[in-house]
Write a protein that binds this ligand. Sequence first.
Ligand code: R5P
Length: 271
Amino acid sequence: MSAHKTSTSPSFPHSMLHRAIYSTLHRSPIRYIHVKMLSLEEQAKKNAAYKAVDENFPENAKVIGVGSGSTVVYVAERLGQLPNKSDFVCIPTGFQLKQLIISNGLNLGSIEQFPDVDIAFDGADECDESLNLIKGGGACLFQEKLVAGSAKKFVVVADFRKKSAALGVQWTKGVPIEIVPNSYAKVTADLTRMGASKVILRQGGSAKAGPVITDNNNFLLDADFGKIEDPKLLHAQIKALVGVVETGLFTNMAKKAYFGETDGAVSTWSA
Ligand SMILES: O=C[C@H](O)[C@H](O)[C@H](O)COP(=O)(O)O
């Protein structure tokens, strides 16, 4: 399935913004003004998120799914600016968004209370032109799939770095796989037999000694399969392993993807 692509002019070109602020500062007697500048990547995330919300928020929507990561921060921000924000509830996909929903003055709900989601917005670690995704770089893949799978429409928001010719090409950390903790040795061996060149039990690094624990009290494996020719088949094979809760391969789920570009434009891919 080939994707339909569009690109729109920037509504607020990044370089123009920089030039305007630079010249204002140099003409001003007050030289030391604190200006919050977004990096190119952050501005791209924000542009994509704002446009995705503006173009897709359904009229009279009551239940909105909001995923996890650094890009959906701007989705929550935009939702919080809507004049009708008291008319809908937002369903988070993890602890991070629960807090952001509250801090943006939005109504917080749960997927147990509201299993029929009108639309879900979420980021991605990698997206191909058929809108297959790798997700889970932030350890939230299970609840993300639960919410996206409950939504009438699933829209991806990302910056230019996430576009890829095929999964496993741009994102080289491996496919995130959520597993029941005591199955990690068995599932690691299974994945290696299936052809993974490297399987890593994700660690908390300097923030935590030992493995990352997901919001569902599970572990994560990152399994490197190189370039993934058939994401749907690979997902089915991994999912069939005893111990696997969910994979970070999202296939046939997203309807549209918004990418913030380096020049301030937003391009889209459609399924
Ligand atoms: O588990 C995390 C999620 O799948 C994120 O949506 C994904 O990692 C993308 O995050 P970001 O928007 O920070 O690139």
